[in-house]
Write a protein that binds this ligand. Structure first.
Ligand SMILES: [Zn+2]
Length: 107
């Protein structure tokens, strides 16, 4: 298993997992884009190959991206200086990596 950050593209020698065997790519070396919830393989022409498979099936352990976070509360974009105020009343999430802003407990 190879560690790779979500959002990055890595070159992987694909394992003999069920999905890779089924797609006849087991043992082949391919470019793989690490998505939040899966891995998209690319053929040698740089075209998407089949549908995304799971990280494990592609031989990858996904790690969080180095994200600069763009915080949103629902549809509302939250400015840096308002984060604590908004997070106290509503859940604030990053729209890129799905991290949640730590809520400060106000008594
Ligand atoms: Zn983020």
């Amino acid at each position: 298993m190879m560690r790779a950050k979500i959002g990055s593209t890595v070159t992987v020698e694909l394992p003999y997992s069920e999905a890779c065997m089924h797609m006849r790519v087991a043992g082949k070396t391919m470019e793989v884009l690490v998505l939040q919830n899966g891995a998209q393989l690319f053929d040698s022409d740089g075209k998407e190959f089949s549908f995304p498979i799971t990280h494990g099936e592609a031989g990858i352990i996904a790690e969080p991206a180095d994200c600069l976070h763009s915080w949103v509360a629902g549809m509302m974009v939250v400015a840096e200086e308002d984060l604590d105020t908004v997070a106290a009343i509503r859940p604030v999430e990053c729209e890129k990596c799905e991290a949640t802003y730590p809520r400060s407990i106000t008594l």
